[in-house]
Design a protein around this ligand. Structure first.
Ligand code: SF4
Length: 84
């Protein structure tokens, strides 16, 4: 569902297509988890991003997000996403 417009989209898939989608999604998850390079991409979605204060595209240093993550780990804190 696209919340901003209240539009619901529905798709149907064969079991084989669903299996393929699952495999592709898992492969993408593994690639993301194995990566440490996440270039910024400024779009209209940035308006809702809670990470903007840590984002180089909005003036934060290149190391701001890494330092924030390290501080969380060192303090044994579990970062809770903020509700908008
Ligand atoms: S503000 Fe958020 S969504 Fe936009 S580029 Fe930065 S991290 Fe990505």
């Amino acid at each position: 569902m696209y919340l901003s417009k209240g539009i619901t989209r529905v798709s149907t898939r064969t079991p084989e297509a669903l299996e393929q989608l699952q495999q592709e999604t898992l492969a993408l998850i593994h690639r993301i988890e194995a990566s440490d390079h996440f270039p910024t991409k400024k779009t209209n979605l940035c308006r809702w991003c809670t990470y903007k204060p840590l984002c180089p595209a909005f003036g934060a240093s290149e190391n701001a997000a890494r330092e924030h993550a390290q501080a969380i780990q060192e303090n044994n804190e579990i970062e809770q996403p903020r509700l908008l």
